[in-house]
Design a binder for this molecule. Structure first.
Ligand SMILES: [Zn+2]
Length: 153
């Protein structure tokens, strides 16, 4: 998959302009209001308790607004997927290329911040499996594995 055309509504969701749950217009607030500490700007839909942070020193959102459950799943997806490049199993670009191919999502849209709950769950599973495969390979070669074994579904 290379080219996909987003609808206006989808673009607005990806740009943090509208809330994906109620389709209302989001507000921009200082993250201090939520976290008690300043991490820059947040797009928020207060009625839905859905929000997303912005890239450092910018008003560009990291993805779509996320409710509590999606925020939890995004963190979990990052926790496992990021190990793949942080532990240098693949470099960061290759890791995102791999994820894009696994999910059959164009590379430009392969951002955990843009994913649904279902896609985040898939990221967790495939990342755990990749880490387990790497662990088994390390052990086959008599190398100390860089991760523990992760239970998969
Ligand atoms: Zn909303």
């Amino acid at each position: 998959m290379n080219e996909i055309e987003l609808t206006i509504e989808q673009s607005k969701i990806y740009n943090g302009v509208i809330c994906p749950y109620c389709k209302g217009i989001s507000e921009m607030i200082k993250s201090k209001e939520i976290y008690g500490k300043d991490y820059g700007w947040l797009y928020i839909c207060k009625p839905c308790d859905a929000y997303v942070g912005c890239h450092k020193n910018s008003k560009r959102p990291l993805g779509r607004l996320a409710n509590k459950n999606l925020r939890k799943l995004k963190n979990e997806a990052h926790r496992y997927f990021d190990k793949i490049w942080k532990l240098k199993i693949l470099d960061r670009t290759k890791a995102y290329n791999w994820l894009s191919e696994q999910l059959n999502i164009p590379f430009d849209y392969t951002h955990i911040g843009m994913f649904s709950e279902k896609t985040c769950r898939t990221v967790v599973e495939i990342s755990k499996r990749a880490l387990n495969d790497n662990r088994r390979l390390d052990m086959d070669f008599g190398v100390e594995p860089v991760t523990e074994f992760f239970e998969t579904i």
